[in-house]
Design a protein around this ligand. Structure first.
Ligand code: ADP
Ligand code: MG
Length: 479
């Protein structure tokens, strides 16, 4: 009878074969050798690190699906990589990885999971974390190189968090910012900043053990350790870290056991002056489903928030990204994106990438027109609305005056009219309150905005010339 792991892998291959081009199958799947099946984990051997990365990048979903299909929801895949050249750092010819990380972004070799610590030392595959002859634990930090301080544009929205993070990196565990909790809505740079701190610690103190882990991973590792009855190894592993970065701790909500175990790890690290960095989508007071004793510890250090960036910062972020990638794009397109996507940097970057992709795919030049179409297609679903900033810009461009003018105290007729139109369009096209429109347009009160809207409506009924101006501006606003 065939060995189980071979049989399972053959079944997987049948499915995979049907789902990818023949050539890809030959190139990427035929060289794979199934090694073993243990505890629902199928280990496959791949010829190189590059091979592994390629599979992770291009076939991870397919692999996941087929493995789950054959082994059930608990089924997992591990790679055993034949290292091209054994080095001093890695004398073992083989290393194990979990596949769920997209390794492309991970510095060095990816993933160090604590769960193997307890495995029998005599097994064919040596423990990948302990280097023979060297007592020190080797932990891959799992930091994304591009999420550096250099690439983290400073603005009013992030100044406090950024400089606190910098201070922590200069002196991990030794400042009052321990733990340092970074919170904000999604897509505003928590993960980026947390990585930046980790990378900077590594630059300042190469010997310090830094570990970035997503809270969901942490939870899964814990569950796994309970299943394998090696919780102590799990705890010990984490207690050895010098700088622990736990991303998105809101996912700990309601996970009492994991909170409990994290509480112990936290205490140990804190007492030994190790640095803890946490991120969350809410301020500590609003975190629900957390044990009070853990919550109170989150408040020991510094909680710093990241706010939505202002227009200048948004433009600077896009420019930085273009510059880093060596791409040139017309300023008006960059401005258009920054004007129109205001609350989520990730979305703004996503739109930028879509435009680039579209342009290069269809060999089109990047124009404002293309950008508008793309935004329509790709960002519409994400609650995009015209912003007051954008309305002001369009109105001012139309009358050839500067935006500063309508925000100034000037009572000059044409300025007043432009200001009133900006208010009118803001009321018409955004969900902002009269008060906030007033604030944004020259710091006026809600009554002024109301008056502006009435004035414009009256003029629309009585003044043909005025009406045609309004219609033209309206056309420019819509896309
Ligand atoms: P969060 O973790 O808050 O959801 P991320 O850290 O994933 O957000 O950030 C989303 C994207 O925005 C990332 O690509 C990140 O590089 C980028 N980003 C966020 N803030 C900045 C900034 N200040 N400068 C440059 N890029 C930023
Ligand atoms: Mg994040």
């Amino acid at each position: 009878m065939k060995k189980k792991h071979i049989e399972i892998w053959e079944k997987c291959l049948e499915v995979i074969k049907d789902n990818i081009p023949h050539q890809s199958f030959k190139t990427w799947f035929e060289p794979i050798v199934p090694v073993r099946l243990e505890n629902n984990i199928l280990t496959i051997q791949v010829p190189s690190q590059f091979f592994y990365e390629w599979l992770e990048e291009h076939y991870i979903n397919l692999l996941k699906k087929t493995i789950k299909k054959e082994l059930g929801p608990a089924g997992r895949l591990e790679y055993s990589i034949i290292m091209e050249k054994p080095t001093f750092d890695n004398p073992n010819p083989v290393t194990i990885n979990y596949p769920t990380n997209n390794s492309k972004n991970i510095v060095n070799k990816p993933v160090t999971m604590p769960l193997d610590l307890n495995k029998d030392k005599t097994r064919e595959i040596p423990n990948p974390f302990i280097i023979p002859g060297l007592k020190k634990l080797k932990v891959e930090s799992r930091l994304v190189e591009t999420y550096s301080f250099d690439n983290f544009v400073e603005g009013d929205c992030n100044r406090l968090a950024r400089s606190a993070g910098w201070a922590v990196a200069e002196n991990p565990g030794k400042t009052a910012f321990n733990p340092m909790l970074i919170y904000s809505n999604v897509g505003l740079g928590k993960t980026h900043l947390a990585h930046a701190i980790g990378l900077q610690v590594k630059a300042n103190f190469p010997d310090k053990i830094v570990l970035y882990v997503q809270t969901e991973q942490f939870i899964n590792q814990y569950i796994e350790s309970v299943r394998n009855n090696n919780q102590n190894d799990f705890i010990h592993f984490y207690q050895m870290i010098d700088v622990l970065i736990l991303d998105d701790i809101q996912f700990l909500a309601g996970k009492e056991k994991t909170q409990d175990v994290f509480f112990h790890i936290f205490n140990h690290l804190h007492q030994s002056h190790k640095q803890i960095i946490l991120t969350s989508d809410k301020p500590p007071v609003e975190l629900k489903g957390m044990e009070p004793r853990l919550l109170s510890r989150f408040k020991w250090g510094l909680a710093a928030d990241l706010q939505t960036p202002d227009l200048e910062t948004r433009i600077a972020i896009l420019q930085k990204k273009l510059y880093t990638d060596g791409i040139v794009m017309p300023a008006e397109v960059v401005e258009y994106l920054a004007y129109n996507i205001t609350t989520n940097i990730r979305e703004m970057e996503g739109a930028l990438i879509s435009i680039l992709a579209q342009a290069s795919l269809n060999k089109k030049v990047i124009t404002l027109e293309l950008a508008k179409q793309m935004i329509d297609k790709f960002v519409k679903s994400t609650a995009r609305e015209i912003s007051i900033d954008y309305i002001q810009k369009v109105v001012c461009d139309y009358f050839d005056i500067s935006v500063e003018m309508i925000n100034s105290k000037t009572r000059k007729r044409e300025i007043v009219q432009a200001r009133q139109l900006a208010m009118y369009f803001s009321k018409k096209h955004t969900k902002n309150s009269l008060a906030s429109i007033g604030m944004a347009c020259g710091n006026k009160d809600h009554a002024t905005v109301l008056h502006a809207c009435r004035t414009v409506n009256n003029l629309l009924e009585t003044d043909r010339q005025f009406k045609s101006h309004v219609e033209e501006i309206d056309k420019k606003l819509k896309f």
